[in-house]
Design a protein. Structure first.
Length: 224
């Protein structure tokens, strides 16, 4: 479903060049649950951004569901993000002026879905992730664990092929973090959504079926 070949990413500021990725190649099958594990600054988030069509590589190729992302214009990348990818971030990134229900439904509305269908999808996913009682609340009125559950529902409401999760338990206590990881695993199995997760924690990476270890912008030799 996703194939990366010799991905490289270099950031340039004046005369300073910083290599975030130094030639990364891997493949992910549909339905996989893959964790990218490594210390801060090793390139995990950069790789997630490239896989999720949020950024462009400096060199190399990345193909998502048969589409070479390097060949797409900005509008094409926007469509890929809107239709093919769901995002879950450490900081939740819910809009504070929208209710939980409206936050979850937003990707469907942006894709042109009618309001009633978007609301029905949002309600069904809220029920599945255990926050249906919070749909009329605003983000500042619910707990961190509930915010992340809402973020997961929002990431899945448009039925993406790939779910990208960047340190999804980083702002949660251990109990809520464990619940979120268990939920991601269940949804991976139930809905067949492919999960690509970045973490620095061995405990978090243990939830994945496959772990790719990163250091200094590359994969380490030993993989599982």
């Amino acid at each position: 479903m996703l194939v990366a070949d010799d991905l490289q990413k270099t950031y340039v500021s004046g005369e300073t060049r910083v290599t975030a990725l130094a030639g990364v190649s891997f493949a992910i099958e549909a339905g996989d649950f893959v964790a990218l594990m490594g210390p801060s600054g090793c390139g995990k988030s950069t790789l997630l951004h490239l896989c999720g069509a949020m950024d462009r590589a400096s060199a190399g190729t990345i193909v998502l569901n048969g589409r070479d992302l390097a060949t797409l214009e900005d509008d094409g990348l926007t469509r890929v993000r809107r239709e093919q990818v769901g995002f879950v971030f450490q900081s939740f990134n819910l809009l504070p002026t929208l209710t939980i229900a409206d936050n979850i439904a937003l990707p469907c509305l942006l894709a042109g879905m009618k309001g009633a269908e978007a609301d029905a999808r949002a309600g069904a996913l809220a029920e599945r992730v255990g926050i249906s009682h919070r749909l009329s609340h605003f983000p500042q009125q619910v707990s961190g664990g509930e915010l992340q559950r809402a973020a997961i529902a929002r990431a899945l409401v448009h039925q993406p092929a790939l779910l990208v999760a960047d340190e999804p338990t980083g702002n949660l206590d251990s109990d809520n973090g464990g619940c979120v990881l268990a939920l991601l695993g269940e949804l991976n199995k139930e809905k067949g959504v492919t999960v690509l997760l970045a973490t620095h924690s061995p405990d978090v990476s243990a939830a994945a079926s496959r772990v790719l270890r990163m250091r200094d912008g590359k994969f380490e030799d030993r993989q599982t």
